[in-house]
Design a protein around this ligand. Structure first.
Ligand SMILES: Cc1cc2nc3c(=O)[nH]c(=O)nc-3n(C[C@H](O)[C@H](O)[C@H](O)COP(=O)(O)OP(=O)(O)OC[C@H]3O[C@@H](n4cnc5c(N)ncnc54)[C@H](O)[C@@H]3O)c2cc1C
Length: 369
């Protein structure tokens, strides 16, 4: 009976033996592709960060790096191609059509899936933005391949497989995921998780153009217009140079004013830990961490934040982390560069006053000039 049960179990393959199972028609798949996302005609910075990662993977595999541009013919598309070359692409694949002017899942999925079927990349990377997540999911489903979302690290194994690492079990563990039997190996990465590579001028390369094999009548989604989101300001937490954030230690929603005023005084953005969003004290766009924004500022000042692992993963790319916590044993002091053991509610207004005094002559001379 035991022997019979054992026989009916699917064989457990080691990764090396599973790799041998890669179907024949995938064995020619070569090259690393990065989808270049356009946001209102501008290249999304996450695409540039992915070109940097894609370059490293392509070099390890000794293959080419391609930027994939999907949109309408015009300035946005031209600048996307130019940026792809400036940040390391060897060639660009381009699909342009008036049907691709605004993002709609069906034509973008068709354009990208058709390119993949035709040119057979081995690895395809997209930003984990709203658009990238939507597109990556439907392309992976269309192509029946594996997709690892929200990766924090990408590498190539000795056997050439993409090792895509991401947090799991609520962020307490990291797991590395392989796509063994399908191609391309797809992954998304959130903005600011990877560093921005250097820009190189006067670069160019071959551009391979294809038509969109779809007509408007086949597209169910219609864009009727855009509605303003009602916000007076655009939150740019992920790309801010200075971020001041508050956590539960701030005590009350009213005390968050101290965080905001200090952030404004020193020309930064403000954010928070997750419990403050859950309490409705701040908008979700201002949450920093694993399920919020990843930031890489020059200065991150955390007030009343304990430094849980889910918060840490979103801030550890900061150049300088200053933590204010009343508890000298708070976990945030394990990774902060400057530890201030103090009551944040009292210290934040004092810091604002001190910065206001220090910056006053600078601000005045700026006004005179
Ligand atoms: C799947 C999952 C995803 C998550 N994603 C995120 C995420 O994206 N971002 C995130 O932040 N969290 C996230 N969390 C929650 C995370 O585990 C922590 O619960 C959270 O980060 C704690 O927030 P906090 O540091 O503000 O609060 P606490 O952990 O309660 O810490 C408050 C800190 O304030 C200090 N303090 C108290 N009074 C003062 C004072 N007067 N002055 C100075 N310091 C004081 C205390 O000593 C303490 O260290 C996630 C959790 C899970 C399970």
């Amino acid at each position: 009976m035991e022997a019979h049960e054992a026989e009916s179990q699917p064989p457990i393959l080691s990764r090396a033996s599973a790799k041998k199972e890669l179907p024949k028609h995938f064995r020619d798949n070569r090259h690393v592709w990065v989808f270049i996302e356009l946001e209102r005609g501008q290249v999304h910075p996450v695409s540039i960060e992915l070109l940097g990662e894609g370059r490293k993977l392509a070099d390890k595999l000794s293959v080419q790096l391609a930027g994939v541009v999907i949109g309408t013919e015009g300035l946005g598309s031209r600048s996307a191609i130019a940026e792809a070359f400036a940040y390391g692409a060897d060639l660009a694949y381009v699909v342009e059509s008036p049907l691709l002017s605004d993002y709609r899942n069906e034509p973008f999925t068709k354009a990208l899936s058709d390119l993949v079927i035709l040119h057979k990349p081995e690895i395809l990377l997209l930003g984990a933005t709203s658009l990238g997540r939507d597109l990556a999911g439907s392309v992976a489903t269309t192509l029946e391949t594996g997709l690892t979302a929200d990766c924090t690290e990408l590498d190539v194994d000795a056997d050439g497989s993409l090792a895509a690492t991401r947090p799991t079990f609520g962020g307490s563990l990291l797991c590395t995921i392989y796509t063994l039997n399908c191609r391309p190996q797809m992954a998304t990465v959130r903005p600011r998780v990877m560093a921005t590579p250097n820009r190189v001028t006067n670069t160019s390369g071959p551009i391979v153009r294809h038509d969109l094999m779809m007509i408007e009548e086949e597209i169910v989604t219609k864009v009727l217009g855009f509605l303003p989101d009602g916000r007076s300001e655009k939150i740019n937490l992920a790309y801010a140079d200075i971020v001041v954030a508050g956590g539960i230690g701030i005590g009350t929603a009213e005390n968050l004013e101290h965080v905001m005023v200090l952030a404004r005084t020193i020309g930064g953005e403000f954010g928070c830990s997750r419990p403050l969003v859950q309490k409705g004290w701040m908008e979700v766009d201002r949450q920093i961490g694993q399920t919020g924004q990843t930031i890489r500022p020059k200065l991150y000042l955390a007030a009343g934040i304990s430094g849980a692992v889910q918060h840490r993963v979103g801030v550890e790319g900061a150049d300088l982390i200053v933590a204010i916590n009343i508890d000298g044993n708070a976990p945030i002091f394990d990774f902060a560069h400057v530890a201030v053991v103090a009551d944040a509610v009292g210290l934040l207004p004092a810091l604002t006053a001190a910065f206001t005094r220090r910056l006053a002559p600078h601000n005045q001379s700026m006004q005179v000039n």
